[in-house]
Design a protein around this ligand. Structure first.
Ligand SMILES: [Zn+2]
Ligand SMILES: [Zn+2]
Ligand SMILES: [Zn+2]
Length: 940
């Protein structure tokens, strides 16, 4: 029974790949199903339970502000954290991740005020606080869903909120600890003050922007006196110091003028008057003030001038000449106007000289009667600038006025220019109990990634003023200060704070706003000074940076699976000024150590050109839109691919490149799965020793990959993971190992040892790669996992497995690795020859080729030693090693030994089943169209 007319259906005898794993990822639609799966199956809780008893690794989440939808910065931050937490949980640690939100503070209060509009007028403070609480809760819920949608695993059902009652109580108690140690004081000090928001601002709440100010040069005349001791040449002259300022409105508060102790000062005669300025700035001053003719009459060291009394230019009081290190020769005259009520450095030097801290400006930024000039009272300071310039002119004290555009502090929230204003505020002292020194010591001990983070925060802590912790707003935790109604003594005491904190535990910080002093204070509390029984509560609340700063107390120390200090804090590099900073100061003050061992910072998201990427940018695409269009997986790949230590670029072009990479990785996975449809790993795996060299090499390559991945994960170098995974999938697997394997997989008998050997390796690769990529490509890994064949111990989720960090030692084989490296080098050259032959139409597919190779010396020996393997390795039908070759198709310019490649059409006929060309086709009577190898497979 021969059917020579009809070709037998040999295709059906091949083992072609089969899988339900779709080529098209459809991430935007599929991902939500996986998010639901992780949540329904409690995968995160199971993962943590599974790791019970293992060493803990704590990444403490810095709380984002519960306001608005998440943006790219949030995406970057939470995904980076997720990489680490997942890696740790898959590799021998227990890593509980408790997400948190920062809920109090001005931005929310602002937004609520805006939303309430006219309604807020009739509302009590308690009602307004309730509105703020609801607002914050709404965005906690929104952001929580958005973060989960990114595939981030964590304790989402029990996050920490800085507004929860227990957290509010903890904030109060932590403040109490500082108070108890005498580290909190009330002081009259200049602080950044927003006129519009009518509140003090922390340094982190101030940003610099351009502002136009008047720039003026003003004379401070020295009354007539005996100059003999200082500079006899000045006797009988009209002598003035010249100062330069851009804030005329601070002049009413002037108390002194400062010189630098090591500068030389020049006295110059200009017309009938003598002016004194720093010698180093004399040329500049001349130019600025356009002196037509002047004559240097003396050079005087600053120290000789200290103690002189100049006259205030328009008020009846002296202005003392003092020395200060903050005077520079960068600009101005080297003579600096000092108003301790309006500047930090002025305040500090003022303390030294005992100057008065005068602040004639109220909380709306208007002059009070203390300003000393009737017509200025009630005027806003910025408006008053012009009038003050007029007054100076009238008094003959003004030498020059012009406008200057300069960098000036603005409120981060309302963007209006801020002022420096001294008010009664609460401060944490940096010098009490050497808080500064101890904090600096802890900075030295912690790890900072990248390393420049250490210098950055060190410099900030080294130079910062005391921490102003009071805010004149409603939405926060009260400082719980009281005042004696009789003697006005302020009272801030740890016992009182702790007593009230117990109440917060049940009723939240609202209790402080709800009850009168008598109901809040411990029974029989009296004024420590006069014994008065009537105490009045103060209204300041705490800086929100204090709230989030003590999260270690409310979260790390309270949750059983966490610990203090955390192993790592990971936030944007702006947190050197923010959370890293406030956490450090509070923890050092109360625990004697930093709350973290390592601090990792990431850069900011910028566009393709490196510009700030924000909602106001022209090409801005909200994170939500990207999610809906491409899926979270591409964002996860983006976070891994870019080096987060620098600013991170985000553009369509970058996303489409990443999508391409994603497709390659996905296709590699699909290929692996496609060849495992009839494989039972438990029963059919081939022992390692029986695997062919090529298969053992693939496991060797995988073992080396795992080493690189382990190292990269441990060093938090996620871009290395991206590159290693991409390289392995495309170069090692797709274009080498899997390419060569096709023939064996498809044409061998299904149950044959050689096919089972290949499947054994494909399974190991699929399982291992999937777990390894799961921290990064979580959605795809879970999907691949679902499609892997069943095997004993296969967890229901990819995350319920252990990373194959240390593959069996035998997998690593240096000799084999070297040999295969040489084979690949030859192969690459031969492929070039085949390509040339294809272009010249000598062959079509590579299987139509007979390749002749020739070389010299060692290389020839090597070619010979692998002779039988070459057809498989090169995917050609025949390979012949020859000693001489004329007219090669291609000659390698690079290989030592001079490889020559000649490509000819193969000899024989094409096998209808495996497409190899061989002279054995036609020998078998039953299968005259097949090669002898295929005949054998079909049982001929
Ligand atoms: Zn403001
Ligand atoms: Zn009293
Ligand atoms: Zn065949």
């Amino acid at each position: 029974m021969t059917s020579s007319e009809e070709k037998p259906d040999y295709k059906s005898t091949l083992n072609l790949p089969k899988t339900d794993f779709p080529m098209k990822a459809d991430l935007p639609n599929k991902e939500p199903l996986w998010v639901k799966f992780w949540s329904d199956q409690n995968v995160y809780s199971k993962l943590i339970e599974r790791n019970e008893g293992k060493p803990r690794f704590v990444l403490h989440d810095g709380p984002p502000y519960a306001n608005g939808h998440i943006h790219h910065g949030h995406v970057l931050n939470k995904i980076l954290k997720d990489f680490i937490v997942k890696f740790k949980n898959l590799s021998g640690s227990q890593s509980e991740f408790v997400p948190g939100w920062d809920c109090h503070g001005l931005p929310i209060e602002h937004q609520v005020d805006k939303d309430l509009g006219a309604k807020k007028k009739g509302m009590s403070q308690l009602e307004k606080r309730q509105a703020c609480r609801e607002y914050a809760q709404k965005f906690v819920d929104i952001q929580r869903e958005e973060f989960r949608r990114l595939g981030v695993l964590g304790r989402w059902e029990e996050p920490y909120l800085t507004m929860s009652f227990d957290y509010e109580a903890t904030i109060a108690r932590e403040l109490g600890k500082l108070v108890g140690q005498g580290m909190v004081y009330k002081g009259e000090k200049p602080v950044y003050w927003c006129i519009k928001d009518q509140t003090a601002l922390a340094e982190a709440e101030v940003e610099y922007d351009e502002h136009v100010s008047p720039s003026i040069y003003v004379k401070f005349e020295v009354p007539e006196q005996d100059w003999n001791e200082i500079s006899p040449a000045l006797n009988g002259q009209k002598v003035s110091f010249i100062i330069w300022t851009t804030t005329p409105w601070t002049l009413p508060a002037n108390q002194a003028i400062a010189l630098h102790k090591s500068y030389m000062y020049a006295a110059i005669q200009v017309g009938p008057e003598v002016y004194i300025v720093a010698e180093g700035l004399l040329d500049q001053v001349r130019k600025q003030l356009d002196f037509k003719e002047d004559r240097l009459i003396d050079r005087i060291p600053a120290k000789k001038l200290e103690g002189l009394r100049a006259r205030h230019p328009f008020l009846h009081r002296p202005s003392q000449v003092i020395l200060s290190d903050h005077v520079t020769l960068d600009a101005g005259t080297g003579v600096v106007h000092i108003a301790p009520g309006h500047g930090q450095e002025d305040y500090e030097v003022g303390l030294h000289y005992g100057l008065k801290v005068l602040n004639p400006v109220d909380h709306q930024g208007k002059f009070t009667p203390e300003v000393g000039v009737d017509e200025l009272t009630g005027r806003s300071v910025f408006e008053a600038n012009a009038r003050i310039v007029e007054i100076l002119k009238e008094k003959g004290a003004l030498l020059k006025v012009e406008e200057t555009r300069h960098s000036y502090p603005h409120c981060w929230r309302c963007k209006s220019p801020v002022i420096f204003r001294s008010t009664p505020q609460y401060f944490i002292s940096l010098s009490e109990k050497d808080l500064r020194g101890r904090a600096l010591d802890q900075i030295r001990r912690a790890q900072w990634v990248p390393h420049w983070g250490r210098e950055r925060i060190y410099g900030m802590v080294e130079n910062r003023p005391d921490w102003c912790i009071s805010r004149q707003r409603s939405w926060g935790v009260p400082i719980m200060g009281f005042r004696c109604a009789d003697c006005l003594q302020s009272i801030l005491r740890e016992e009182i704070i702790n007593f009230i904190a117990d109440r917060f535990e049940k009723e939240g910080a609202d209790a402080f706003f709800k009850y009168d002093s008598d109901e809040l204070l411990p029974p029989k509390t009296a004024c420590p000074k006069c014994g008065g029984a009537k105490l009045v509560k103060e209204s300041d609340i705490l800086d929100v940076w204090f709230d989030s700063g003590v999260s270690y107390a409310s979260v790390l120390e309270k949750r059983p699976k966490l610990k203090f200090p955390a192993d790592i804090y990971l936030e944007g590099s702006d947190q050197h000024r923010g959370w890293f900073h406030s956490s450090l100061l509070t923890a050092v003050a109360t625990r004697g150590q930093a709350p973290y061992k390592t601090v990792l910072t990431h850069g900011f998201v910028v566009d393709g050109q490196g510009r700030k990427y924000s909602k106001s940018a022209k090409n801005y695409v909200p994170a939500e839109t990207v999610l809906k269009k491409m899926g979270a997986e591409i964002l996860r790949l983006w976070v891994a691919a870019e080096d987060y230590r620098n600013d991170i670029r985000f553009s369509d072009e970058i996303l489409s490149r990443l999508t391409e990479t994603y497709r390659k990785i996905r296709n590699t996975c699909r290929y692996l799965l496609g060849n495992l449809y009839d494989f039972n790993p438990d029963a059919q795996a081939v022992p390692f020793e029986k695997l062919p060299d090529l298969d053992r090499w693939a496991l060797n390559a995988f073992a080396r990959l795992t080493e690189r991945l382990t190292q990269a994960f441990e060093a938090y170098e996620f871009h290395q993971i991206y590159h290693s995974l991409n390289q392995f999938c495309t170069v090692d697997l797709s274009s080498f190992y899997l390419d060569i394997l096709k023939d064996r997989l498809y044409t061998s008998a299904p149950e044959s040892p050689e096919r089972r050997a290949a499947q054994t390796v494909l399974f190991e690769l699929a399982r291992g790669l999937t777990i390894w990529m799961s921290p990064i490509l979580s959605f795809t890994a879970e999907e691949v996992w679902r499609h892997l064949p069943a095997f004993s111990g296969k967890g229901e989720s990819v995350f319920l497995n252990e990373l194959p960090r240390r593959p069996p030692a035998a997998w690593k084989d240096d000799a084999l690795d070297e040999r295969m490296g040489r084979i690949r080098a030859v192969r690459e050259e031969v492929l070039k020859g085949l390509e040339i032959a294809r272009q010249k139409k000598v062959i079509g597919s590579s299987l139509e080729a007979q390749v002749r190779l020739s070389a010299e010396g060692d290389l020839l020996k090597f070619l010979k030693s692998e002779e039988g393997h070459w057809p498989t390795l090169l995917i050609v039908s025949q390979v012949v090693i020859v000693y001489e070759m004329e007219n090669p198709t291609y000659e390698s310019p690079s290989l030592e030994g001079g490889l020559k490649v000649l490509v000819l059409p193969a000899e024989g006929k094409k096998c209808e089943r495996c497409w190899n060309i061989t002279i054995t086709v036609g020998r078998n009577e039953r299968h005259p169209l097949l090669c002898d190898r295929c005949v054998k497979v079909l049982g001929g």
